[in-house]
Design a protein around this ligand. Structure first.
Ligand code: BMA
Length: 808
């Protein structure tokens, strides 16, 4: 039987004449940090101080003594970052130049000092560029010449920290006769029968060449067997009455153990195990009267995808543990997100990521790793791209959560719109990957899954790649140049990216910028803001609605976070109300990789921004929203649940002081997974010239499963700065929860209209969190904020942690 030794311990990093203790998996930066050679590049301006690290070559060493009775010993790396040459006992083992591949070296009979020498990624990229020639890139860095996480070279939310190291596990595998070298389970459903077709490849030792091998596969008590005289076989299993895997909100996520054993007449030689799930997935790209659709269909059910874009959760991805993946993805699920897009400037994530998605029912859209630049298609890159695609398609295809492969991020768009064409002058730029190589690899290895060539992509060159009427669309004009109300100007078929920036939580800023007197343009704040004119866009976004606070950092922080939440909510409410023409929104972005002002809903320390709580509301199965349109105000009831939704909506046209001008009702009957749009009667529509009228819509007592929830929609026809807000007044009461020292309920009673009242829990303690985002209260209404992780709190501190719109 194969025998595996993990090589986690015993590594050193050579630094000058010193040998520093090294962590594997890890990277140079984290080793230098642990040895106190550098300071934390995530704090202050520290990133600048460590620029030299990425410019140098680095060597990892370890003594390798092994003694095995087996015929073969392989040294297996799950990830090397990136350009390395390896020697063992002074003998060359080989070279690598791709962070995204696994590598295996035959080290049978060898031992001594194992050395892994990494060249600077800059030197490797320069050497490749000398062969392929220059290509355009959105960023002034050479990410397109090296198969390495692109955002490692810096992004508009990420630091430039160019790593090197053994970033994923490494081990010795001792084996005799034969081992399982590749398993491709093709999992489908036919009626009520689950079908698994397993394509199995083996590798034999020299001694094992002529041996007869047996392979056995088992799922839930069903077995299949095959005899191998060559190096490959197919095993087929049928499971009657199989339980289907569903995205969250549509059903359960049953997972089945798939076990494979390879053996010969001496007994088992090797085993393989994964959990699989039974579901079908299609991507409906049919033309219709609106253009070309882009709708995911799982188990025959058409889905509006409630998505978020995922970036590497740490600028040093080797630090992301399975527990951290689980925490972050659970946060996503709790925000009613049902799809995460693994963005192409990052990595193919660890299996722990996809395991968590399988269990949580989060659909995964996986980009191939190309982002925002033109990529040469010549050697040595072409071979690397193919090898990497094959490796990762096979690694990830057992996961039922994986529903879509995507060729690249923004490169088809970039070619068309970003002046690449003249600069390229006929050179290759990656099109051959996205429209040729990658779809071929997917069709060959993983034919049960859909592939799309890019995001955005209209489906062909007949339409502009970012045409909202065809396929996927990235909506960036609004954040870059307009008010968030402009999201309502179009109904794309699928919004794969759109977003709005905001700074992280205050506690995150205080930790990342120790000693800094915080101001929007203080040195650390500016350093931790990487977007082009980021603060300008933030400020203009605020100024369209509020007087821009001058010299009041706390108010600026509150308002920028509030506008972020409102902006993204405005987009999602509008686009969801146009289902099924629009079939998904993937907000940019769920998470961060360090403490930074960015589009993220969850900041670099894992704290949630108000946007996170708004996502929970606007991505809930049922959403009530008031939509201003050219034909007047529309009440839209979005019902993504499996049950019909019948409710009576009370509409109240109110004045700022709480006076009711007119009240009326609308009956809503929304079938399962559908949207109803109803015109708001003219008499109930607030007069925008008054500057003090607004509309409240309350749905109550919803019939059917999950019914009973009270949902509210609000519509203020003028920007806050033009609205006759009363001076906000409210009472605050603290209700300790008996027996729970670390929790307090903050009950706020409004005496006036109180708009977007937010409790910034992290002001009560770095570990404190609140269950709610901004809430608007009418005079006389009460709200309860649940705070956990806070310890005993002082009522004064709670008051100081409460913010609301205050533009009298
Ligand atoms: C999108 C992404 C990223 C970028 C984001 C914000 O285009 O694909 O490249 O971080 O915009 O600018």
């Amino acid at each position: 039987m194969k025998d595996v030794t993990q090589l986690t311990e015993g590594w050193s990093l050579r630094h000058g004449d010193a040998l520093l203790p090294a962590r594997v998996p890890g990277c140079v930066h984290t080793d230098l940090l642990a040895a106190q050679v550098i300071e934390d590049p995530f704090t202050g301006l520290g990133e600048k101080e460590v620029e030299w690290v990425g410019r140098r070559a680095w060597t990892y060493v370890r003594r390798l003594a092994h003694d095995s009775a087996h015929e073969r010993t392989d040294l297996v790396f799950d990830g090397l970052d990136t350009a390395a040459s390896l020697t063992l006992g002074g003998r060359p083992l080989g070279t690598t130049r791709n962070m995204h591949r696994r590598y295996r070296f035959d080290v049978t009979g060898l031992d001594g000092d194992l050395e892994v020498r990494f060249a600077s990624a800059y030197d490797e990229a320069a050497a490749v560029r000398a062969v392929t020639g220059e290509r355009p890139n959105v960023y002034p860095e050479p990410s397109q010449y090296i198969r390495k996480m692109a955002c490692n070279f810096g992004w508009d939310w990420g630091p430039t920290l160019v790593t090197a190291g053994i970033w994923r596990p490494v081990r010795l595998e001792h084996w005799s006769t034969a081992r399982i070298s590749r398993v491709r389970p093709l999992v489908t459903v036919d009626g009520t029968t689950g079908r698994v077709e397993i394509r199995l490849d083996v590798e034999r030792t020299r001694q094992g060449q002529d041996r007869t091998l047996t392979a056995e596969a088992r799922v839930a008590g069903v077995r299949a067997e095959a005899v191998l005289t060559g190096d490959e076989t197919v095993l087929r299993l049928d499971l009657p009455d199989v339980r289907l895997w569903w995205p969250r909100g549509y059903g359960e996520q049953p997972l089945y153990d798939l076990d494979i054993t390879l053996g010969d007449d001496t007994g088992p030689l090797d085993t393989w195990h994964r959990r699989i799930g039974f579901r079908t997935v299609e991507l409906d790209r049919s033309p219709d009267e609106h253009g070309t659709g882009f709708t995911l269909v799982v188990n025959g059910v058409r889905i509006f995808a409630r998505g978020a874009n995922w970036i590497p959760d740490d600028a040093f991805p080797s630090r992301v543990t399975p527990e951290r993946y689980r925490t972050r993805l659970t946060q996503a699920a709790e925000a009613n997100i049902d799809l995460v897009r693994v963005w192409g400037g990052g990595i193919y994530e660890d299996d722990a990521f996809y395991d968590a998605c399988d269990e949580l029912g989060l659909m995964v859209w996986q980009d191939f790793l190309f982002a925002c630049s033109a990529y040469p298609e010549e050697q040595p890159l072409r071979g690397e791209v193919e090898a990497e695609a094959r490796d990762n398609v096979v690694r990830l295809m057992p996961h039922p959560s994986l529903v879509l492969w995507n060729g690249n991020n923004e490169n088809l768009w970039g070619f068309r719109d970003w002046d690449w064409e003249p600069a390229l002058a006929g050179d290759s730029w990656g099109e051959g990957y996205y429209l040729g190589l990658l779809p071929r690899v997917v069709a060959e290895l993983d034919p049960t899954r859909p592939y799309t060539a890019g995001s955005p992509w209209s489906g062909s060159w007949d339409h502009h790649p970012n045409d909202p009427a065809h396929g996927t669309h990235h909506s960036w004009e609004v954040w870059n140049r307009q008010d968030y109300a402009e999201y309502r100007a179009s109904v794309p078929r699928f919004v794969a990216e759109f977003g709005w920036q905001a700074p992280p939580a205050l506690a995150t800023l205080r930790r990342a910028l120790p000693g800094e007197e915080l101001a929007p343009d203080s040195p650390g704040m500016l350093h931790h803001q990487k977007a082009e004119d980021g603060n300008g866009k933030l400020n203009r976004g605020v100024a369209r609605h509020f007087p821009l606070p001058d010299g009041d950092f706390d108010r600026w922080h509150y308002l920028t976070q509030l506008v972020q939440a409102r902006a993204v909510a405005a987009g999602i409410e509008h686009w969801r109300s146009h289902w099924p023409v629009c079939a998904g929104t993937v907000v940019w972005q769920l998470n961060d990789c360090w403490p930074v002002t960015s589009w993220a809903a969850i900041d670099g320390d894992g704290r949630t921004k108000p946007l996170y709580h708004e996502l929970k509301r606007v991505y809930a199965d049922r959403l009530l929203t008031l939509q201003p349109t050219a034909d007047g105000l529309v009440l839209a009831a979005v019902n993504q649940s499996a049950e019909p939704w019948h409710t009576t909506v009370t509409l109240r046209r109110l004045e700022a002081d709480g006076t009711t001008l007119l009240e009326g009702t609308l009956d809503v009957a929304a079938a399962a997974r559908s949207v109803v749009r109803l015109a708001v009667p003219g008499a109930l529509t607030p007069d925008e010239r008054s500057g003090k009228e607004f509309l409240v819509a309350d749905a109550s007592g919803s019939a059917g499963a999950g019914g009973g929830e009270e949902l509210r929609a609000l519509h203020f026809p003028v920007p806050d700065k033009d609205f006759a807000h009363p001076a906000p007044r409210y009472d605050v009461a603290l209700e300790p929860v008996p027996g729970q020292r670390d929790r307090v309920d903050v009950v706020v009673s409004a005496r006036t209209l109180v708009r977007d009242l937010l409790l910034q829990a992290d002001r009560l303690g770095p570990a404190a969190a609140c269950d709610s985002g901004p809430l608007t209260l009418l005079p006389g209404e009460r709200a309860r904020f649940r705070v956990t992780g806070c310890g005993p709190v002082d009522p004064q501190d709670v008051r100081a942690a409460l913010f609301c719109v205050d533009v009298v």
